[in-house]
Design a protein around this ligand. Structure first.
Ligand code: ADP
Length: 564
């Protein structure tokens, strides 16, 4: 059995391994045999038996006829040769297997791993047999030799003896923990993950904050659009994306804005929300709490309780909604430069604890009751706002519309009404009265360490286009009521994301005026959306969209070559 495993060669063309995998399969001495090993064994066993039987019969005849044993004929010489040859073969074949099974603990790494498959982890300290898929598609040899100690941990993780999530705490070395987890994953799945880099990332920086159970990191290109002339600043906007054309298009919009004198923005509101769901025995009791919370006379008390847990969280308002005997209380507070979800949640918990004394029949169902509304498309954010509510506008000059955007004001205004307003109304859009705001929001969010899932509400946007100055120039605006961004906390502190924030001059907390970094970042998001809306609507008005996508978004490379 062991020998059979040693001879196993992955079937040709199996996709999971590829060429690299086949290279790693060790060439065994038996591979040189002209026949399959089973047939060779059979032939030598038969030769051994036939030679032995013939020689025994001949010797018995010689003893009976008193012929000296050393007098041998040609047939006997052939039989002796056959016997010796088959004996050497059989001894070396089965004998080596036996010796190996005894001394294999001292074998080199690769032998050890290959044999362990057939023995089902016979080594007390060695890794157990990998899953069947690994057996079929992937030799379990490690791509690079790990220290013996790490090998043991990998084996224990594969066997389920050590939970993968405790590695960072147990080892106290985040890079080592990620490497061990990844190797265990490779052995369990039989997938190499060659394209997913492991080195070159600070795993300690994500511990307990950004990502659990890391096995590598995904690389994304970051492009830069700009300068975006916004409120007198010249800004270069980092965008992490794999969508061809997006940065180029935003860049063109920036150019049109800059050549027209720049854009300006205004932040209308700045407040993060959290709405717990509480239940009462009756709707009447729920309404009593609603009355208490919405009574302006009680606001100061609530604010003192709410604000206790943070220097930056300041209660701005409370809005309630009811569904039967369930009450949804939407707390809104400023959060400084943080996006603010943790901050607002702590304040809400303070208030719930406080209310429990006067409303002991209040049953807190959840700290988040979806009236917040986080990472879901919801009218409450569209109407009341969440995070930063920003309007950004610019007047694009007639000649810039012609020269840079290759269209005219009338076509742009008409297209915007038919597409972004009427078209979206026909589609039943909720805050989706724009061409592609989410493209820009997602790209900036990823580059600057925001929560990409909040792209859902942060991309709510209505784009307005009007002809001004006697119909010659174009007034364009984007109104975005719920841009949820921060410059401290979460992914913003990671090296790459932090560098992108630094490029914009909004890295970290603003000490002189807490909250202004985050508000400027929200304005940049809106400004970049303004530029990208302008460019895309122009491309569609001029009928250029398909051509530019064919140029930037469709690779002319031979992908089959790239794959190989
Ligand atoms: P979030 O509430 O967005 O999840 P975190 O709670 O993770 O953010 O991060 C905010 C942390 O940063 C808080 O501990 C807060 O005290 C601290 N902090 C320091 N300076 C500022 C600032 N200017 N604005 C907001 N938070 C700040």
């Amino acid at each position: 059995m062991a020998m059979e495993v040693r001879r196993r060669v992955p079937p040709r063309g199996r996709s999971s391994g590829g060429d690299g995998e086949r290279e790693r399969v060790r060439v065994q001495a038996g591979d040189a045999l002209p026949l399959p090993i089973r047939h060779t064994n059979l032939i030598f066993s038969a030769l051994f038996a036939v030679s032995l039987a013939y020689l025994m019969r001949r010797w018995r005849e010689k003893i009976r006829s008193s012929t000296p044993l050393h007098v041998v004929g040609l047939a006997e010489i052939v039989a002796i040769c056959g016997l010796v040859a088959s004996l050497i073969y059989l001894l070396s074949f089965f004998g080596i297997a036996f010796v190996q099974s005894v001394v294999s603990n001292s074998d080199d790494e690769e032998d050890f791993l290959i044999d362990s498959r057939s023995r089902g982890g016979a080594h007390a300290q060695g890794p157990p047999a990998p899953a069947p898929c690994a057996l079929l598609g992937n030799p379990a040899a490690a791509p690079e030799k790990m220290p013996e100690e790490d090998e043991e941990i990998v084996a224990a993780v594969v066997a389920g003896k050590i939970p993968s999530y405790v590695l960072e705490t147990r080892l106290g070395d985040c890079r080592r923990a990620a490497g061990i987890r990844r190797e265990a994953l490779r052995r369990i799945t039989g997938r190499e993950m060659d394209g997913l880099p492991l080195d070159g990332f600070d795993y300690a920086s994500i511990l307990g904050q950004c990502c659990e159970l890391p096995v590598g990191y995904v690389q994304l290109p970051v492009g830069v659009a700009g300068p975006l002339l916004l409120d007198g600043r010249r800004l270069y906007v980092p965008m992490a994306t794999t969508e061809g054309c997006l940065v180029a298009s935003t860049n063109r919009g920036c150019k049109a804005i800059a050549e027209s004198g720049g854009a300006s923005s205004v932040v209308l509101r700045d407040g993060m929300t959290r709405a717990p769901a509480v239940r009462f025995p009756s709707a009447r009791r729920a309404a009593e709490l609603k009355g208490f919370l919405e009574d302006p006379a009680n606001f100061d008390t609530l604010a003192v309780v709410f604000n206790r847990s943070s220097r930056f969280a300041r209660l701005q308002g409370v809005k309630c909604a009811m569904a039967g005997r369930n009450l949804y209380v939407r707390f809104c507070c400023s959060t400084g430069d943080a996006m603010g979800m943790n901050m607002v949640s702590k304040g809400v918990q303070n208030v719930l604890d406080y209310l429990q004394d006067d409303f002991p029949d209040m049953d807190v169902i959840s700290i988040s009751g979806n009236f917040c509304s986080d990472k879901k498309s919801a009218a409450v954010n569209w109407i009341d706002g969440r995070g930063k509510s920003v309007v950004c506008e610019a007047i694009i000059k007639e000649d810039v519309v012609k020269k840079v955007l290759k269209t005219n004001v009338q076509s742009l205004v008409e297209l915007n009404v038919i597409k972004n307003l009427a078209g979206s109304a026909v589609a039943g859009a909720l805050g989706g009265f724009n061409a592609h705001a989410s493209n820009i929001v997602a790209a900036i969010f990823i580059a600057t360490g925001q929560d990409p899932a909040q792209n859902v509400e942060s991309s709510q946007c209505i784009t307005m286009l009007e002809a001004v100055n006697d119909g010659k120039d174009l007034h364009i605006s984007v109104t975005m009521p719920s841009i949820e961004v921060g410059t401290v906390g979460g992914g913003t502190q990671l090296a790459s994301q932090s560098a992108c924030l630094d490029l914009l001059g909004v890295k970290g907390a603003n000490r002189e005026s807490p909250g202004s970094n985050a508000r400027l970042l929200a304005a940049v998001v809106a400004g970049a959306v303004l530029a990208a809306e302008l460019s895309l609507i122009s491309a569609q008005a001029a009928g250029h969209l398909v051509q530019s996508h064919m140029k930037y978004n469709r690779s002319s490379k031979d992908m089959s070559k790239a794959a190989s």
